[in-house]
Design a protein around this ligand. Sequence first.
Ligand SMILES: O=C(O)CCCC[C@@H]1SC[C@@H]2NC(=O)N[C@@H]21
Length: 206
Amino acid sequence: MSQTSRFEGRDIARIAVFAAIIIALGLMGPIPGPIGVPITAQTLGVMLAGAVLGWRGAAASVLVVLVLAAIGLPVLSGGKGGLGVFVGPTAGYLVGWVAGAAVVGLIAHAGGRRLEWWRVALANVVGGILVIYAFGIPVQAIVLALPLGETVVASAVFLPGDLVKVVLATVLTVAVHRAYPVGFGAARPRVRTQEPATEEPATVDE
Ligand SMILES: O=C(O)CCCC[C@@H]1SC[C@@H]2NC(=O)N[C@@H]21
């Protein structure tokens, strides 16, 4: 994202693209989880947004998805949407997506323009798993009136899939960064294009 305080046009385009990626991953459909929270591919999009866009763009992308969900569009896996999701057992996870995407971006881009694979992987584990669980599990326990310890143990079912997402998000982010070494996660330098040579107007000898 641009380092200026406001989003520029290309930042908004990237935010829209990653919001669309998160929504598209929801089309894969949820795998029902043990206690009211599904396994979803959408967290792959949350990790990718953080690692590719950086914290501000990633948080904005996830917020766009959540606003669309709040106004009732079926943008969450299984075609869910509406204000009800923000008071259900997945509410904490959804809020955690915003914080998690931002933390992924902060850690992945902490080394500046060099995007080392190990830092991206670490970012995806911390932001894409730990932070999201830290928001999601306590809210899930409260909404379902379950003991916290039992909810933590039940949530271990998400770990294998989330670790696969960490690997995929890391490989894809490193590949994107290699293809676009400058311009993702940082301001793209302005390239001056050469002005086309203007032709002399034709003159007619009298
Ligand atoms: O569709 C929703 O309402 C949100 C689902 C949240 C699912 C959480 S996110 C972290 C963990 N990993 C998964 O695959 N599922 C849960």
